[in-house]
Ligand binder design. Sequence first.
Ligand code: 5RP
Length: 238
Amino acid sequence: MSGLAGIDAAKQLAAWTAVDEHVLPEHKIIGIGSGSTVPFVVERIVAQGKELNQTRVFLPTGFQSKELIVNAGLTLGDIDQYSDLDVTIDGADEVDKSLNCIKGGGACHLREKVLAEAADTFIIVADYRKNSQTLGTTWKQGVPVEVTPFAYVSLLKNLRKMGSETATLRMGKAKAGPVVTDNGNFVIDAPFRSTRYEKPDEILREIKMLTGVVEVGLFCHMAKAAYFGNEDGSVTIR
Ligand code: 5RP
């Protein structure tokens, strides 16, 4: 397929296969997700040709995907102009056997969820490490919760009461301050004991009820399919 090896080759394989099967010539409004797998999505869309892509508009889920769209010479749009998307393709931090996902490792899950929900078809692309039976198996960081900064202390308390004893405010790389999302909010990472992840929609509902929560990085019953690139060059499609 290309000169890439290891994880990057697996990501590229998943992304290229998903684009070939789900980004069709008749698709004109396309959502582009965030993370390290998504550049391969854009790469494959660009390969579909300038003529076709000139008839399309691409909506980003954050700063990174906005740059990807612009740098690829594709037409950038926004959800307030185009609220019905044909397809959104995005990465994930972990996907369970029923296609429920943990997302938000890159703190983009609010916009990602808006574009996923607004699309006729929502497709996940990832490498084999994200392919799980139950959430929380490989992604140990917990559920990313975007919160309004004013409420983060009370939310840490409430999430701990809810059973996420080690819920923590996500800090930037240099630990000089909290991560701030594209929407000006903070992120709390809230891990739960493994049995709770058997019913991710219950965790989602409970966290959403807490005052100050903006969005939860649990995407339940949203994805139509997930593409996982494997080490041996095959793709697992669920
Ligand atoms: C960002 C996300 C990403 O899609 C997720 O973190 C996966 O990223 P990668 O493709 O780099 O593994 O949810 O908020």
